[in-house]
Design a protein around this ligand. Structure first.
Ligand code: ZN
Ligand code: MN
Length: 506
């Protein structure tokens, strides 16, 4: 049942202020995540999964659904899914099978997707996340295994969308790549923190799957794709109608999509309108969600058991063997790193919230102290990422470069102010920190002769201040330090300048 809905609903009612919205309504979250597995071959055939090959070169009768072709399930993909299920504290089914999900779309040569329906491989797990010092348990309803679709390309138009295109091309290289779908149960009780809980869950899920080594889980490249469900209700009333925002492709966008839906839906409810159950699309540029098709019900897909594939009965011995291969999971790893880095709970939480654990570890591995690495990633670099609306990891500076920068500070060649100017140069693509410092002439003046002259000049220009210092008010030295800094364009080492001043005036 497809019902076209235009975007005028949102436009008529506008957006509520977020804080006001969450004072009135209670959000209920739900997250569906698709993760492409890193297997060598596809889910039901032997075709290669290598990314970026010439279109339609990695296909065969099975993944093109030629008549009579029969699928065979990929054991590595089943193992990877069981590992994901175990890491998410799920029960692994004793008996499970595939199902056909029928819908017609040109990127699906079979006109159905081989998926799982009533008998998923893994069920009833959970992920715990901490937001604002409080722990939230996100319960996992199911983890199932399916196959990806092909890719369509609409050409000849101005926008790359189907509207206005003169032709559509389809590449089946991706059709049949194993895809794991992870569905949460509804998550109530997050209140105003719903956007942050959604983001924290997605980050935790990504880190768990990455630690298992079964997918590269790169949101920006689509190997982890997130659909965000959200509804609002008044306290004490039944849950509201949910919308599903599809294919949100960064952690920041997950947070923004939830926030936007809270503001949009609350304005509609305030105006006495109802929420349509529909699929929406997140607009990366504006942070809005826009109406797509109305959401199909499960019955629209006419699921039925896949007759061409055998049922699976994972033995308990096999499941335990797989459990024994699980690596250190992110939560344990963070506890270990927090101790190694000597960080307090709050500080470690900031590191996690900034998605900086891996960046800081790589910076420490490149030879700097934990406190030096934390200082740059949580301070100046987080500020820059916020300004430009980027993820921290997307900044054009590497952990190795940050380690080099802090090394120059430790050696006294840069102070923090100069180091920030060096960051400007690195982000502008001018090279590594040492190159930038050399090219831009950014080095601390360590020539004490030159500093002595600058201090003498500052004393001569500020006789009253100099008298105060002579009288024992050492705090007044700040004025003279400031004058020397100005005269040396910030390239003096403040500590050295202070020492020279106090030596001269006491
Ligand atoms: Zn194939
Ligand atoms: Mn799916």
């Amino acid at each position: 049942m497809t019902q076209q809905i235009d975007g005028s609903q949102a436009r008529r009612s506008g957006l509520n202020d977020y804080d006001k919205a969450v004072e009135t309504y209670e959000p209920v979250l739900g997250l569906e995540t698709h993760i492409e597995l890193d297997t060598r071959t596809k889910m039901f055939c032997g075709c290669s999964t290598t990314f970026g090959a010439e279109p339609n070169t990695q296909t065969c009768p099975v993944c093109l659904a030629l008549p009579g072709a029969l699928p065979v399930a990929n054991k590595a993909a089943i193992e990877a899914t069981i590992k994901i299920g175990l890491a998410l504290n799920c029960h692994i089914a004793e008996w499970t099978r595939f199902a056909r999900k029928n819908y017609f779309y040109p990127d699906m040569p079979k006109n159905f997707q081989t998926s799982q329906y009533e008998e998923p491989l893994c069920e009833n797990g959970y992920v715990d996340v901490v937001v604002d010092g409080k722990e939230y348990r996100v319960e996992i309803e199911r983890v199932h295994l399916e196959e990806d679709t092909g890719k369509t390309l609409h050409v000849g138009g101005a926008t790359g969308r189907i509207h206005g295109a003169t032709e559509s091309l389809v590449d089946y290289n991706r059709a049949g790549i194993p895809l794991v779908e992870i569905v949460t149960k509804p998550v109530p009780g997050t209140g105003a923190l719903a956007p942050e809980v959604a983001k924290a869950y997605t980050a935790e899920l990504r880190d768990i799957v990455r630690s298992l080594g079964v997918s590269d889980v790169r949101m920006e490249q689509g190997s982890l794709r997130c659909d965000v469900n959200l509804s609002l209700n008044l306290p004490g009333e039944e849950w509201g109608t949910r919308t599903e925002t599809k294919n949100v492709n960064s952690l920041r966008s997950v947070e923004r999509a939830v926030r936007y839906e809270v503001r949009r839906q609350s304005a509609l409810l305030d105006a006495g309108e109802r929420i349509f159950q529909e699929t929406r699309h997140f607009q990366e540029t504006t942070g809005e969600t826009r109406a797509g098709r109305s959401k199909e019900e499960a019955t629209d897909y006419r699921y039925f058991p896949e007759p061409d594939l055998a049922v699976m009965e994972p033995s308990r011995e096999w499941v335990e063997e797989l459990r024994a291969t699980l690596p250190e999971l992110p939560r344990k790893r963070r506890e270990r790193l927090q101790a190694e880095w000597s960080l307090g709970d709050k500080e470690m939480q900031s590191v996690v919230n900034a998605d900086a654990v891996d960046l800081i570890q790589a910076t420490v591995d490149a030879g700097t102290t934990p406190s030096g690495a934390v200082k740059w990633w949580l301070g100046e670099l987080s500020r820059r990422a916020n300004e430009s609306g980027e993820e921290l990891a997307a900044l054009a500076i590497t952990p190795k470069q940050v380690a080099e920068l802090q090394g120059m500070v430790d050696d006294g060649r840069l102070n923090d102010k100069l180091a920030r100017q060096v960051i400007d140069g690195v982000l502008a693509g001018e090279g590594d920190p040492a190159d930038v410092a050399a090219k831009r002439g950014l080095e601390v003046v360590s020539d004490t002769g030159a500093l002595e002259v600058a201090v003498e000049e500052a004393i001569a220009a500020n006789p009253a201040v100099a008298d105060k210092i002579r009288g024992g008010t050492h705090a007044a030295a700040g004025v003279l330090i400031g004058a020397v800094m100005k005269a040396t364009k910030g390239q003096a080492d403040a500590g050295t300048v202070r020492k020279i001043i106090l030596d001269k005036l006491s």
